[in-house]
Design a protein around this ligand. Structure first.
Ligand code: DON
Length: 607
């Protein structure tokens, strides 16, 4: 099956190929040698998938598209204050080659016009212009995800004819904007404009900006996150020069054009777009490139000011522990208390990337439910990440709820950095941080204990062998036979009593004291607890039904005492007293029916 995105791009490229308006740039003579019909489009997603069509691998010189990336390097190398002292961030409303300087300081109005870019090229780190050139090439190559090289012919062509830019460079020297030798910096500027790219490179460069400064394939950080929004802001207001207003009005994506015929557009957190078609409009922007972005913006709703999603989409199902209790077997007192109050434990299933608007909605819903709640479990299984600001809101909400004796815990984060890092950095250790559980069953058991309070902390119950559920109903003479056949064993906290996949050793375990968790392995290496068993419960009994390989891992949650019975002994005993096995199998069937009912409850709650 071909992706509809690919089909759309192929069709768009074909439809717009009939547009022949515009002219090749000729003020740099080498640029006039391009094939006017070259036309390519590439789009890159945040996980690095690329869709391309047309001449997307045709190389051309990056020209002014290099400017935001060199500006990014200057910010990273010299800091915001220093760069702002040399280059402003105000749109000029003038053409790209205008000498738009601050009348008082002589500083270029922004880094996207030639004057600003020439100044910026002199600001990147390097003791010499050769070192600065290395820095520029390395930085743009990191954004592209491959080593970029220069078109010597275009470089020479522009260096020999770039008189206007030379005048600008001397003006900048005159105003103290360029500190060093201005012509040397200008040559670096000409070189950066002559770097060879194709649509794919541009789309990856744009996607790196969209991805917070990290290349979606190489994973290399090309720019500190704090500067990404600064670069995108300047692209949004100045990237298309004296067409910037109409561009933001009609298309609404931070973008940058180049007289080589390239355009990049950036959708923060969503896409990077790279387009190439060398026919330019009078403002120096690719005619087909602008049309491509108009179509993409309108057809895919990409305008940055368009309403993307509803805050409420952050929150999916809400259900309670009355519908989905923990899988442990509580004592009768605990069970009766939970039957009455378990609805006060609420699961909230969160979705997607949690930003402030989504978290504000989740918190508002928790506040609405607070009067009838004691615990909230935020199930993070479907969450991709959370912003620092949203994590801070959740931290504050957690403390405020705690002030009202309402617990807020997390489940199923599974160690994902995009969630764990913001949560842990906004939860100072002083307030003991946040509670997170590997699965919902562990989370809801903790919440049940929180709800039960002292009842849960009652002394650990112990039972006699005859109280064990699987042995209920045995006549005393059969009970005596079993009592003679069992062996007592003790397991320490954390000990794996049985392990998934090991040969069923034919033993059945009856718990006298303590609790065990029944775990099944998940694909990602985590475990899901499917049951928690306490005194009077048994495990391993499937060997009586012919199971030869253990289907789950059993771990002691605390020190556990068990009676252990060998299945072979049961068969021997049952040979003399068939009723023994009949009663055992009846009890096993009844227990399995109870587990099936609880599983059905869970499924209904999650449906
Ligand atoms: O400095 C120049 O004029 C060219 N090297 C770059 C100008 C450019 O790409 C304008 N953008 N549309």
């Amino acid at each position: 099956m071909q992706s509809p995105i690919q089909v759309y791009l192929d069709d768009l490229c074909m439809r717009l190929a009939s547009t022949h308006a515009g002219e090749l740039a000729n003020y740099i003579p080498e640029l006039s040698k391009a094939d006017p019909d070259w036309f390519g489009i590439s789009i890159v997603t945040m996980d690095g998938v690329i869709y391309s069509t047309g001449d997307s691998e045709q190389k051309f010189t990056i020209q002014s598209i290099s400017k935001p990336f060199v500006y990014a390097s200057a910010l990273a190398d010299r800091g915001v204050d220093f760069v702002m002292g040399k280059v402003g961030v105000e749109p000029s409303g003038d053409a790209f080659n205008s000498i738009s300087l601050n009348p008082k300081t002589g500083a270029p109005l922004n880094p996207m016009i030639n004057a600003g870019a020439i100044a910026t090229a002199s600001l990147v780190q390097g003791e010499t212009t050769e070192e600065q050139w290395e820095r520029i090439v390395d930085s743009l190559s990191t954004f592209a995800g491959r080593p970029l090289s220069m078109d010597e012919d275009v470089y020479r062509s522009e260096s020999e004819t770039g008189f206007r830019n030379r005048a600008i460079a001397w003006m900048l020297k005159n105003f103290g904007i360029i500190d060093g030798e201005p012509m040397a910096s200008l040559e670096n500027y000409f070189r950066q404009c002559s770097l060879l790219v194709d649509c794919r490179d541009l789309a990856y460069m744009a996607a790196t900006l969209a991805n917070g400064g990290v290349h979606p394939i190489t994973g290399e950080r090309a720019l500190p996150l704090e500067h990404v929004e600064r670069v995108l802001s300047v692209m949004a207001t100045c990237g298309m020069y004296d067409f910037a207003g109409s561009w933001l009005y009609e298309i609404g994506m931070p973008a940058k054009s180049g007289v080589g015929g390239g355009i990049i557009a950036v959708l923060p957190g969503r896409f990077g777009i790279g387009i190439f078609s060398p026919r330019l409009d009078p403002k120096g922007n690719s005619v087909r490139g602008i049309k491509v972005c108009q179509h993409l913006s309108r057809d895919f709703g990409l305008h940055v000011f368009s309403r993307s999603g509803e805050p409420g989409m952050a929150l999916g199902r809400i259900y309670t522990a009355a519908q989905a209790p923990s899988k442990r077997q509580p004592s009768p007192d605990m069970r009766s208390y939970l039957n009455e109050h378990a609805h006060r434990i609420k699961y909230l299933c969160l979705h997607g990337y949690l930003a402030v608007d989504g978290v504000e909605y989740v918190i508002r819903r928790m506040i609405d439910m607070a009067a009838d709640s004691s615990c909230f479990i935020l199930d993070m299984h479907q969450v991709d990440g959370i912003s620092d600001s949203a994590a801070r809101l959740l931290h504050d909400a957690r403390l405020q709820l705690a002030g009202d004796n309402i617990a807020l815990v997390f489940s199923r984060i599974h160690g994902r950095h995009a969630i764990e890092h913001p949560l842990s950095t906004t939860s100072p250790k002083a307030d003991h941080g946040y509670l997170s559980f590997e699965d919902n069953d562990l989370a809801v058991e903790w919440c049940e204990n929180y709800l039960l309070g002292d009842l849960a902390r009652a002394t650990e119950p112990t039972v006699s062998l005859g109280d064990c559920v699987m042995l209920l109903g045995l006549p005393s003479e059969l009970m005596a036979l079993v009592a003679n056949a069992v062996v007592k064993k003790r397991f320490v906290q954390g000990e794996a009593i049985l392990t998934t996949g090991e040969a069923g050793n034919g033993h059945v375990f009856f718990i006298e004291k303590g609790y065990v968790s029944i775990l099944v392995p998940l694909e990602d290496g985590a475990h899901q607890r499917i049951a928690s068993l306490g005194p009077g419960m048994s495990f391993g009994e499937m060997v009586l039904l012919g199971q030869t390989t253990r289907s789950a891992t059993v771990v002691a949650d605390c020190d556990v005492n068990c009676w252990v019975l060998d299945a072979k002994d049961i068969d021997c005993l049952a040979h003399e007293a068939p009723m023994l096995k009949i009663i055992l199998l009846e009890n096993i069937s009844r227990d399995m029916a109870g587990k099936l009912l609880r599983a059905t409850q869970w499924i209904a709650a999650l449906a």
